[in-house]
Design a protein around this ligand. Structure first.
Ligand SMILES: *Cc1c(COP(=O)(O)O)cnc(C)c1O
Length: 231
């Protein structure tokens, strides 16, 4: 690990923090209501160590077992988020180390997560991933099905319903989609008042996400640099 890498990450983190403060000010929101999750997928465990030493408390990964390996290699006490598409047969393994699963998008996955969390003896927070656009391949449950999926998560003893998550479309104004997410979040909150998490906002749209009420930002590239093009 070079001093240079640490300096780069520190500078990026400062800049992101400044922009979060600015967006909070513009939206009239309290910065303390927002959690920054550094998305560390494709980056080494040594970068996670650097982030932890710079005061980052939350990190996110999108693939098992890469995420499990990194989790095992890092000793700093962090909150670990799983934000990627999850196959049912990997669900139990992920519940053993993830504190919050953002990508809960179907009843079958809820049942698998529930069994895994029960076996692991852990209470795992789950977010309903909501699909906001018709774009081919976008994951998530359609908004009309989100409430029911939320009920299913809330009905599992070993799972905690945290709220909602979405990935807004790239290359278009993200606000209409993010506003739709805020509406779904409010509906779910009316049934489950403790489900206050809104996970939205990535490198390109986190200011807009803050404006519509996001509580958890998932930021990768702006902190760690461009990833190789594959993911
Ligand atoms: C990669 C990823 C992010 C972070 O995206 P950046 O553009 O690098 O900030 C956020 N959410 C999910 C679900 C991701 O897969």
């Amino acid at each position: 690990m070079t001093g240079t890498r640490r300096d780069d990450i520190a500078a990026n983190l400062d800049e992101v923090s400044r922009r979060i403060d600015e967006a909070c000010l513009a939206a009239g929101r309290d910065r303390r209501d927002i959690t920054l999750i550094a998305i560390t997928k494709t980056y080494p465990a040594s970068d996670v160590d650097i982030l932890a030493s710079l005061g980052v408390t939350d990190v996110g990964e999108n693939r098992h077992p890469e995420s499990a390996d990194k989790r095992a290699a890092v000793t700093a006490p962090l909150t670990w988020h799983f934000v990627g598409g999850l196959q049912t047969n990997k669900a139990a393994a992920v519940t053993a180390y993830a504190d919050m699963i953002h990508s809960t998008d179907r009843a079958k996955l809820v049942r698998a997560l529930s069994r895994g969390a029960e076996q692991a003896g852990r209470a795992v927070r789950c977010l309903v991933q909501v699909r906001l656009s018709d774009t081919e391949g976008r994951a998530g449950v359609e908004p009309p099905g989100a409430r029911q999926l939320a009920d299913e998560i809330a009905g599992c003893e070993s799972l905690v319903l945290g709220g909602v998550m979405a990935v807004a479309s790239l290359g278009v104004d993200p606000r209409p989609e993010l506003e739709r997410l805020a509406l779904v979040a409010a509906q779910i909150r009316s049934d489950h008042p403790a489900a206050t998490t809104i996970s939205a906002g990535m490198s390109d749209d986190f200011a807009e996400a803050i404006a519509v009420g996001a509580t958890h930002l998932r930021i990768g590239r702006s902190i760690l640099g461009e990833r190789p093009s594959l993911r």
